[in-house]
Write a protein that binds this ligand. Structure first.
Ligand code: ADP
Ligand code: MG
Length: 247
């Protein structure tokens, strides 16, 4: 496969913080429509990798190609427009707005000044809000104030806010932290559904959850990739057991 066939191709990526390489010459390739799980011990560089891909942190060296376009020189908001969506660990929803409004304000209007000025909540936008609400299981909660949702529902709402932008790559950092068992199950189903139309990268610690969703798993350690393959392959990899799963 040539590099042009990947949704995301990260090559020789390095970032140094005062000489410490949090990401060290890393290569990562994600296919279109792939759901990739990244695991690894605390401090491995997982969050930093997502920061580099979304543009929150600038790379010291290397390349990040998205649909064959180089991203490293592009600002974060330009990367969003290119189709990169990033969910952080703590949900950033508008607690005092309804679920509907939270989704509505996430509809991308900033593509041009004229778009932003001319924006109305048209039937198209409403249809999109309903479709996203259905996807995230909040159809019955559209009129509810977001602050009244359960912790899990808030996480789904934030995923929904990202889906409003129709990202081609969605990245989620520990999305099930603090969720109930039932919410975890529903989140696994949700991630499987949304990865049908886009590439998804999920960082997760909970191995039962990883087993439910994982197709291919990347194990990171000290800013590098330690192992990559099926869940079964990485689970039985002695180096992975040694640095991560054994503890
Ligand atoms: P993980 O998400 O795998 O737990 P992180 O990506 O958060 O790991 O962190 C990787 C390493 O980089 C850690 O040692 C962390 O302290 C360091 N690090 C992350 N961001 C910064 C920063 N902005 N400045 C300095 N060090 C950082
Ligand atoms: Mg992290």
């Amino acid at each position: 496969m040539s590099n042009t066939d990947f949704a995301l191709a990260v090559e020789d990526l390095t970032v140094s913080f005062d000489g410490f390489k949090a990401i060290d010459n890393l290569n990562l390739y994600i296919n279109r429509g792939e759901l990739r799980v990244i695991i690894g011990p605390n401090g491995a560089g997982k969050t930093t990798l997502l920061d580099l891909i979304c543009g929150k942190t600038r790379a010291s060296a290397g390349s990040i190609k998205f649909n064959n376009e180089e991203l490293v020189t592009l600002d974060e908001h330009i990367r969003v427009r290119r189709g990169i969506g990033r969910k952080f660990q703590t949900p950033s929803i508008y607690e005092n707005l309804t679920v509907f409004k939270n989704l509505e304000v996430s509809y991308p209007t900033g593509r041009s000044v004229f778009g932003a000025l001319a924006f109305r909540c048209t039937e198209d936008v409403r249809a999109r809000i309903r479709a996203v609400a259905e996807e995230i299981g909040l159809s019955k909660h559209l009129a509810m104030e977001a602050g009244l949702l359960s912790h899990g529902q808030k996480q789904w709402l934030e995923i929904g806010m990202l889906l409003m932008q129709e990202p081609a790559l969605l990245m989620l950092d520990e999305p099930i932290a603090g969720m109930s068992a039932r919410e975890r199950e529903l989140t696994a189903d949700l991630l499987k559904r949304i990865s049908k139309n886009r590439a998804v990268i999920v960082i997760e610690h909970d191995m039962d959850f990883v087993k439910q969703i994982a197709h291919k798993v990347t194990v990171m350690h000290q800013g590098r990739i330690l192992a990559e393959g099926s869940m079964e392959a990485v689970q039985n990899d002695p180096t992975v057991i040694d640095v991560y799963l054994g503890h």
